[in-house]
Structures are given as C-alpha cells and as structure tokens.
Design a protein around this ligand. Structure first.
Ligand code: NI
Length: 225
C-alpha cells in the first residue's frame, strides 16, 4: 500500500529544517550503500555522525508519534533514525531495492517493512526528483508538498528521477511494523478507518464495539512485538 500522509511537519518546522540543512556539511551519498547501490546513486546525505541529523531526526520521530494516520498505517514497532538527502545538478538514484535488515544504533537490527520519504521542498521549487515506485500495478510518481510524507512497502523497486533544476531535500527512514505482511496491515488500516467513520457518524454503539473488538483480535493474531 502506498499512502500519502499530509502535514507531518508544519510550515514553520519545515522552514527551520531547511535553514539548518542549507548550512550543513553534506557527504557523498554513495558512502552508505553497497557496491550495487553505488553504481546508481548520485546524491548527498548528512553523515551518520552528524549532530544535526540526530537532532532533526528526533524531531521527526516526535512528529510521527503524534500522527494518528501514520500510526494506523504503519503500526510501527521499530524505526530507523531518519536520514537526510539532497539531490541537485542532475543528481538521481536509479532503480534499487532497499536492504531488508538494517543495523540500528548499538547491536539492534530493524527489518525494513516500510520505507518513508518526508519531503522538505515544495514541488515547484525543483524540476524532476519524483520518487518513482514500481509495484504490480505499474509505476507511481510521487512528489509531495514540503512537510508531507509517502509510506510505501520496502519490498518495492524504486528510484528518484534526476533533479534538473533547483534542489530536492528530503528525509527518509525505514520502519519495522508490528504487522509484517503488507496485505494484513492494509486490512487492519481499512478496518480502523471504517470503524472511525462509523463512530463519528453516530452508528449503533454495540456494532462499533463489536468491530473494535474484531480489530484488536486481528491485531493480536498478527502483531509481533
Ligand atoms: Ni531506497
């Protein structure tokens, strides 16, 4: 499931991020991929040890924790520290698949069930730079307003089209979900949304309670914690 999550960051937060990121020391993005990825990756990233990366990443994680749509869709168990990248002057990242298991801080590992890109530039600020996600339904081009995010299965092939004008700055991170299977997670998300609609439209309280019980019992069946 591809899901657009609007307004993870407010406009003034995005502006503060951009001011800090414009002054940051960026490194070659090829430092953080294997040899296959390095052949197709032409961008810049904040280095792993960057204090700014840690600070802005914490801010994003706090914003995600307040976002009910994100929680309902991702059912996050573990989240990798957000990273930041910048594409300009024809920079691109060709088709690739994200690594399945990521090394987090310390000895912890995170299985990448979901990938998330949080846009920090508005679409009119740059040319190209679409995130192109390929799945069984074809290719989807994604270019969202600053502060919005796209959540997509890490199992998909994806690429970032060349940026031919301006620059594209974004944050990205991986999530291990409590519910590993994309299809099961999607059904829970849809059930959750319909329960919410029934509740707010004043539907029969007993039926809403029964459906809520069903949601939790399915989650209990499928969740790994
Ligand atoms: Ni990727």
């Amino acid at each position: 499931m591809l899901l657009h999550i609007p307004d993870i960051l407010r406009r003034e937060e995005v502006a503060r991020f951009r001011t800090a990121l414009d002054q940051a020391d960026w490194a070659d993005g090829r430092e953080t991929v294997g040899s296959l990825g390095a052949q197709v990756k032409r961008n810049q990233q904040l280095p792993d040890q960057s204090p700014l990366k840690a600070e802005l990443g914490q801010h994003i994680l706090a914003a995600l924790a307040r976002n009910p749509l994100y929680f309902a869709a991702a059912l996050p168990l573990k989240t990798m520290a957000p990273r930041f990248n910048r594409y300009a002057g024809g920079g691109e990242y060709g088709f690739h698949v994200d690594g399945a298991v990521m090394r987090a801080d310390g000895d912890a590992h995170v299985r990448s069930d979901l990938s998330c890109t949080l846009f920090l530039c508005d679409p009119e600020d740059y040319e190209g730079g679409e995130l192109i996600i390929s799945d069984t339904y074809g290719e989807h081009e994604v270019k969202l307003p600053a502060g919005d995010a796209i959540l997509y299965p890490s199992s998909s092939l994806h690429r970032v089209a060349p940026v031919t004008r301006g620059e594209r700055v974004a944050s990205f991170f991986w999530v291990q979900s409590m519910v590993r299977d994309d299809g099961s997670r999607r059904m829970l998300f849809e059930l959750d949304a319909s329960i919410e609609r029934l509740r707010s439209s004043g539907a029969d309280a007993g039926a809403v309670l029964q459906l809520t019980g069903l949601y939790h019992n399915l989650l209990r069946r499928w969740a790994e914690t």
